[in-house]
Design a binder for this molecule. Sequence first.
Ligand SMILES: [Zn+2]
Length: 195
Amino acid sequence: MSATPFAVGDDGWVRGARALHSPNFEARPIGAVPTLIVIHNISLPPGRFGGSAIADLFLNRLDCDAHPYYDAHLRGLRVSSHFVIRREGDLEQFVSCDARAWHAGVSSFFGRERCNDFSVGIELEGADDQPFEPAQYATLASLVAALAAHYPIEALAGHSDIAPGRKTDPGPHFDWARLQRETALADRYFPYRRA
Ligand SMILES: [Zn+2]
């Protein structure tokens, strides 16, 4: 499996990604650099793929009258992720990796809180109860390689790892062994996966 190789530019935007500029970000704290990659899943409405609702949410232009779920859960929400990987493997970027996106929420990585400060968020278009697409793994592996080449990435985690009890994504169908195989990263990059 091969995918277009990506490269992180000096502005934190990835060449090869479709840039969609979310207003939902802020500067990282002084001295904070991305050392953690957080993997999520999202679909809007939940379990339905395709369409522009995820991008609309991150761009603050989702019509919350369009679906009861949006009305109940998303109205007024200001969130973002650095990246979304669509089902076909297309990569979208919403926030520069040099900036702090709003994807992790209340979170802790081995006692270090506020994971948004020091992480890059990657959303896979998907749901907890469905497998992800091979094209998504291929794009994810290429993106992780590009990020690790540009930033001092030390670890990858799922949202559920850093917000246990509150978040369940990327869910049981996310194949961590496959990601490790496709990235060829050492075990130490997967601290939550150790037996
Ligand atoms: Zn998440």
